[in-house]
Design a binder for this molecule. Structure first.
Ligand SMILES: C[S@@+](CC[C@H](N)C(=O)[O-])C[C@H]1O[C@@H](n2cnc3c(N)ncnc32)[C@H](O)[C@@H]1O
Length: 233
């Protein structure tokens, strides 16, 4: 075969569609996400609450304007490596809902006066969103929003309505900001679950939740494995 012809054949072969497994073979498998017993307990609570939230919304769907139903989504604020996100994702896929993953991916922001010294700036950084996106981004339902709260909240479409929210950002002010942002965007019957709630604590997540519930004259529906949850009326 003339060298030029051989080269043309190689190029043609390169243009043939790759087998579906091509990408998976070419990419190194990602290491498993580490989990402690308390992580597993936390995730078990989420796996109970998310279907409950969907069921409660479904019971009211007939009364929701279709524009709200059509823009229903799940969101996690504070995804880190994706330890809890990996348990929310199958529910999003099962119900064909968009699922938002919101995180700075650069760790904590600057602590404020209500945060103490436990989580300094940059703690829990995963050095950007690339690993998370590689692990989960192949699902078209997944939308990754890298950035610091509150600025990143501006990326949400005005029509988005939340069917379930998991909030896990540890610091006081971003917890306040997310609660204020999501509340008018929650579907009636939808559950907000907040991690790291310790009754009586006066710094970090706990006072943010207590003040929010007081302001809205609400009570929480439950507290288990440091996950507190409440429902949008
Ligand atoms: C405890 S980790 C989340 C753990 C995760 N939900 C899980 O269970 O596997 C807290 C996350 O919140 C993120 N975070 C904290 N403050 C933030 C802020 N102001 N804006 C965006 N992300 C923030 C951190 O980057 C970190 O990844």
């Amino acid at each position: 075969m003339a060298p030029q012809h051989a080269q043309a054949q190689t190029q043609a072969a390169d243009r043939r569609p790759r087998p579906a497994s091509f990408h998976h073979d070419a990419i190194e498998p990602l290491p498993p996400i580490p989990a402690s017993p308390s992580d597993l307990a936390h995730r078990a609570v989420l796996c109970k609450l998310l279907p409950q939230s969907i069921e409660q919304i479904a019971a009211r769907l007939g009364r929701l304007p279709s524009v709200q139903r059509d823009h229903a989504a799940i969101a996690e604020f504070g995804v880190h490596h994706g330890g809890s996100f990996q348990h929310l994702l199958p529910h999003a896929l099962e119900h064909d809902l968009t699922i938002f993953a919101v995180d700075s991916f650069e760790g904590m922001g600057e602590p404020g006066p209500r945060d103490g010294g436990k989580y300094p700036k940059g703690r829990l950084s995963v050095n950007g969103p690339d690993t998370f996106t590689r692990r989960f981004g192949m699902h078209t339902n997944v939308r990754v929003f890298p950035g610091f709260i509150p600025d990143v909240l501006a990326r949400f479409d005005a029509l988005t309505r939340f069917a379930f929210v998991h909030l896990d950002v540890d610091h006081y002010q971003p917890t306040v900001d997310v609660l204020n942002f999501i509340w008018d965007r929650m579907l009636p019957g939808a559950i907000v679950a907040v991690h790291d709630y310790f009754p009586g604590r006066t710094d970090l997540t706990t006072p943010a939740v207590d003040e929010f519930l007081d302001r809205h004259a609400l009570r929480h529906d439950g507290l288990e494995s440091t996950v507190v949850w409440f429902t949008k009326p």
